[in-house]
Design a binder for this molecule. Structure first.
Ligand SMILES: [Mg+2]
Length: 271
């Protein structure tokens, strides 16, 4: 009997990357096995494409990746027979988001977004170094902004964005203006692409998707997968797991937990 084909979707911060120092060394044994087995490892994060490219390079990962919480998927050249790199958007592109924001500003909304800031200003505000600030500003579909008006004005700003099919989501430090999509959209898109490819190559389109995440913003990605894996972390107890699925929770946090769960699953599926 043919082995089950696996695809792995993984969040970065607090999941594959350590919360404190962004290290992943503790996940090395599992990462190595995943690579040797030719199992696609799809990074899915709130980070920008430029930021994820740095992580991919360090990991030696060449698979497609999902950026800005699924605002877009980046498909490297050659992955699905595509000649050049493809960027697939879910919801509005950043250009469209910025256009709506400019119209709002013209009618009196007061805010300062990443597009309004220089790399220096963002670096100063966030404590990032200049290069990291530059990478955080290269965006495909979401615009973080500091709200400078009253709460009442913010409520009507949010309603105005809603009328344009945009959302305003509160993050840690910034509000995020973005289109309507969730962290599962990119994963769903890529699962279908891999199914088509496996059907063509092997005449068998069965794919089992594993997803790993550590916080409530991974909920939809986890629900979309066949095997949701919750990595222990500060907010992981808030993540609900569907009881009918082959779901698991790691005992250890971050990359240590990632390593433990992925190695167990590879063993279970004969890899
Ligand atoms: Mg996380």
């Amino acid at each position: 009997m043919a082995r089950t084909r696996l695809i792995i979707f993984s969040d970065l911060d607090g999941t594959l990357l350590n919360h404190e120092n962004y290290g992943w060394q503790q996940a090395m044994p599992a990462l190595k096995r995943v690579e040797e087995a030719g199992i696609p490892l799809i990074l899915n994060s709130s980070k920008t494409a430029s930021e994820i490219r740095v992580v991919r390079q360090q990991l030696g990962n060449t698979d497609p990746f999902i950026v800005e919480n699924s605002a877009a998927v980046v498909v490297p050249a050659g992955t699905f027979g595509n000649e050049s790199e493809q960027i697939v958007h879910f919801g509005a592109s950043r250009t469209e988001v910025l256009k709506v924001l400019e119209a709002q500003r013209a009618s009196g909304a007061r805010f300062r977004g990443f597009a309004d800031m220089s790399d220096e200003e963002l670096a100063q505000f966030t404590g990032l170094d200049l290069e990291s600030a530059a990478r955080a500003r290269q965006r495909l579909g979401t615009e973080p902004l500091l709200w400078e008006g009253s709460e009442e004005e913010r409520v009507s700003f949010e309603a105005a964005l809603g009328a344009e099919n945009l959302r305003l989501v509160k993050g840690g430090r910034f509000y995020h203006a973005m289109g309507i999509f969730d962290k599962a959209d990119g994963a769903r898109f890529l699962q279908n692409k891999y199914r088509e490819q496996y059907q063509e190559l092997y005449g068998d389109e069965r794919v089992t998707a594993i997803a790993l995440g550590d916080s409530p913003n991974d909920q939809q990605m986890l629900e979309e997968a066949d095997i949701p894996v919750v990595i222990r972390g500060v907010n992981s107890s808030e993540v609900q797991l569907p009881s009918e699925k082959h779901a698991m929770r790691s005992l250890k946090p971050g990359p240590e937990g990632w390593n433990e769960c992925v190695l167990n699953l590879l063993f279970e599926y004969g890899y």
